[in-house]
Design a binder for this molecule. Structure first.
Ligand code: NAD
Length: 491
């Protein structure tokens, strides 16, 4: 069994790869060069029907009632097998995204392994809620909740950290005994397909994990989310698509878990260790070419250290190395596509129209040879913008940030919270009390102090406002992927 059959990246339904239909292929572009390197088989409605039916059958044939220890053991075997095939996953991640090999190894594929191991542990350790209720006359009642799998879960994921975000959902979904129908992003079909091989190899029954390729509206994404056989939707992507998916599932009142966009703030106080803050800010603005939902695009800096922070960040941005993904010295890859680069470049124009000063970047780099066909962009920093400007209000999803000065703590909190999003924030200070105080006042799902994107996978992850609905991670994931039945026994 191979994932791409030489030229094709195929759908995986009911434990088998589906032979592609020549008339339903679309090109998979290498973001680093712009060259098409594979064909992807776009799933049609009948194939979606087959996948949902296979998932239901797998649940009914016993997967839903498998012992927890068997499911946990299977997740551990999956983690081991990804480690054995580590470099194949790294190659598939790079083919999907063009990201640097060091990042694919240290973040994306390593996190896929951790996702499976963490949820094996979490599900094995999970208990049931129970309450002993005192009744009149000295009698009691015992209440306990039995958690059952949600059922057939639609898993819709984006292109920025495709394997990491997919396994973040698949691991707890399978741990809880669900069957899944996965629709990876049309930009990044590779790793989800390779994962199908691994899950089959470690003994996951046919039909529990299905992968369907295609686009969103009027394609596989919408066919899956609107399917009457789906019991819940877990979605990571943009807020606009989240809203659309919510409307799609509304008639059937199915549960949704949404991890959506962000316009995340960093607040830098003047008591900070400047060098440490610059290292953290460089990661938070430029990691994955700014294509992480948690990335910082608004940096509020206390006025007395503004110039020092701005100057230091510019220097570090200029030190980033754009280049070939397989070059270990490369720090920064391309954007995912020309379409996405056009979007980011429109924000460059908007920044100019709003009177921004471009501290560094602001254009398209020339990297030479075939790389000039890729969707590269310069890491870019602006000053002179305010919270009233679209560039500071809307998610850009590129290696960019606007630096804005502030004077007081109260002003910084107000500026950071002045957004429709509510995903993440980071606070940079050496004052312990201030760090806790400001972090707690952020209207976000995750606030970091003197760090960024440091994750304990047992802790809740998600966003407020336009950034999402619900939390995933640890027990929060178990809650989404199960449906409780409360049993009350009068004793
Ligand atoms: P997107 O919303 O365009 O697409 C996400 C997925 O949804 C893709 O698989 C796409 O094919 C599918 N889709 C699109 N339209 C659909 C429809 N009508 N019905 C069903 N499925 C549909 O997002 P993207 O551009 O792939 O990813 C970038 C976005 O994801 C950014 O906004 C980013 O902030 C967000 N994101 C959020 C998190 C988080 O954890 N909060 C993590 C990563 C990315």
């Amino acid at each position: 069994m191979t994932a791409d059959n030489g030229r094709w990246i195929r759908n995986f339904v009911d434990g088998k790869f589906v032979e592609p239909d020549e008339h339903r292929g679309f090109g998979k572009v290498d973001p680093a060069t712009g060259a098409v390197h594979a064909r992807v088989h776009e799933a049609d409605r009948p194939l979606v029907d087959r996948a949902v039916a296979a998932a239901r059958r797998a649940l009914d044939d016993g997967w839903a009632s498998t012992a927890v220890r068997e499911r946990a053991a299977l997740l551990r075997r999956a983690a081991d097998r990804i480690e054995e095939r580590f470099e194949e996953f790294v190659a598939a991640e790079i083919a999907d995204t063009g990201k640097p090999v060091t990042q694919a190894r240290e973040l994306d594929v390593a996190r896929a392994v951790s996702n499976f191991r963490t949820f094996a542990d979490v599900v094995a350790a999970a208990g049931q809620e129970s309450f002993l209720t005192d009744l009149a006359g000295g009698r009691q009642a015992l209440n306990y909740a039995v958690r059952k799998p949600l059922g057939v879960v639609a898993v819709i994921v984006p292109w920025n950290l495709p394997l990491l975000l997919l396994t973040w959902k698949i691991a707890p979904a399978l741990a809880c005994g669900n069957a899944v129908v996965v629709k990876p992003s049309e930009e990044t079909p590779g790793t989800a397909t390779l994962l199908a091989e691994v899950l089959a190899e470690v003994g996951l029954p046919a039909g529990v994990y299905n992968v369907l390729h295609g686009f969103g509206a009027d394609s596989a994404g919408e066919y899956v989310t609107s399917h009457p056989g789906i019991d819940g939707v877990t979605f990571t992507g943009s807020s606009a698509t989240g809203s659309h998916v919510m409307k799609t599932v509304a008639p059937r009142v199915r549960p949704v878990s949404f991890e959506l966009g962000g316009k995340n703030a960093a607040i830098v106080f003047d008591d900070v260790d400047i060098d440490e803050a610059l290292t953290g800010l460089t990661r938070s603005v430029f990691s994955n070419t700014g294509q992480v939902c948690l990335c910082t695009e608004r940096v509020y800096v206390q006025r007395s250290v503004f110039d020092e922070i701005a100057g230091g960040l510019v220097e570090r941005a200029r030190g980033l190395r754009l280049g070939r993904p397989l070059d270990e010295a490369t720090t920064t890859g391309p954007l995912i596509s020309q379409t996405h680069r056009d979007k980011v470049l429109r924000y460059f124009e908007l920044a100019e129209q709003a009177g921004a000063e471009v501290l560094t970047g602001g254009g398209v780099p020339r990297l030479g040879e075939d790389l000039d066909g890729g969707s590269w962009i310069e890491p870019t920093l602006w000053t002179g913008l305010t919270n009233a400007d679209r560039v500071v209000r809307e998610e850009i999803f590129g290696p960019v940030a606007a630096l804005v000065p502030f004077d007081t703590e109260a002003e910084a909190i107000a500026l950071a919270n002045d957004t429709d999003y509510g995903l993440a924030a980071s606070v940079w200070t050496n004052d312990l009390r201030r760090g806790h105080r400001v972090a707690q006042s952020m209207d976000v799902g995750m606030a970091w102090v003197n760090t960024w994107f440091l994750r304990d996978l047992r802790s809740p992850f998600g966003g407020a406002g336009l950034s999402g609905i619900g939390r995933e991670g640890g027990e929060s994931s178990l809650h989404f992927y199960t449906e409780p039945t409360n049993v009350c026994v009068q004793l």
